[in-house]
Design a binder for this molecule. Sequence first.
Ligand code: SF4
Length: 448
Amino acid sequence: MLTGLEGLTFSVQTFGCQMNKHDSERIIGMLESLGCQEVAGPEESDIVIFVTCCVRESADTRLSGHVMSLKDHPVRTGSPLDERIIAIGGCIGQRDGEALTQRMPHVQVVFGTSALHALPSLLLQAASGARAVDTHEDGVLFSTDLPAHREHAWAAWLPITVGCNNFCTYCIVPHVRGRERSRALEDIRAEAEACVAQGVKEITLLGQNVNSYGRDLHGEPRFAEVLDAVDATGIERLRFATSHPKDLSEEVIRRFSTLRSLMPALHLPVQSGSDRILAAMNRRYTQARYLDLIHRVRDACPGIALSTDIIVGFPGETEEDFQQTLEVVDEVGYHQVFTFIYSKREGTPAATYPDEVPREVAQDRFGRLVEVVGLRALEQNQKDMGAVVPVLFEGPSKKDPRLMTGKTPKGQTVHVGAPENGCVPEAGSIASVRITEAKTWYLTGTLL
Ligand code: SF4
């Protein structure tokens, strides 16, 4: 019988949002600190961990596919375990708990969204042959005392809230992650200071709705104070995700013109341009209110890169509603839009709404939306032709290893050829680049 996890190999597969990716970093850091070794794929892993998302139905299906494919695969040669441990965490773990082990009997561990700390003991129980499930909602909400194994040493995600109080009618998150809870400002400041001391260049503050940070602590949102505190640590680049338009305050908008580190990029999900559909989604703003916010953000930070999320084919969406969404895309001119066809989530109010939009109609609208989004994104990138921008380099490009890839302050991807003198900028360093080519989803430039 194992008394510790030392020497075991593991791999983590992550689905969904940045919050989940951040949880995975903590899981990897925690298991490495216990003597486990991360390996590339499930075949060589004694432990396979899935950090899951239930926002879209396709995520459930994908998870089942991945888990079932491991069913009859023996554990690696030389493993101290008789069989591979499969653990499911994240939102599906929280939502389905014990039922997952009944549906998929070869899953031995299920852990919820606030049970990261419990994972080592759950894995040990599984190693001794027991099923282990922990979906308590009163666990540790912010697992920031666990070591993180960051994907990039220079970039850190820093959670400031968990949960959500908004109950958009299509969304499962409040039902799975629970009510919104804010992290103490002192904890956020301390972690940001530690990141700066470790050489982190970019911090992204995370929450389902960062703009309402502090409402549960102080009775009113205090997100602007978080921005001030993190900026004061001396961090080079500061970003945040995600914002709800109804809570984006004047104080926060003003920070785009006053804070040195706050990058000129804002993700502001609109979801639809139709007031009728926005009301059915329970978004609590109108198209006019949203566009007014956009104008105020652009007044505070001319040239800011805006991105958004849009759902097409929400129940009852007519062609006229859809045209209003296209109008918003045209007027705003987003740098990036994450587009989705509505998918029903059981347990949400919208799942019971009549007037489902036929799949082929939704797909046709999706295609037309993607076309307009691409045209507007290209126009935005073309505005940067000839500009000299500071680029935070990430390493060789995935599409062509002869190129270096990095991010502009606006968050655009830039590919840069190696300079003639051979002095390639190190990953994590910031250097000036002149933009020489603009494509829809990336830029090309020359190192100065
Ligand atoms: S704001 Fe709406 S879409 Fe975002 S997590 Fe909360 S309920 Fe879901």
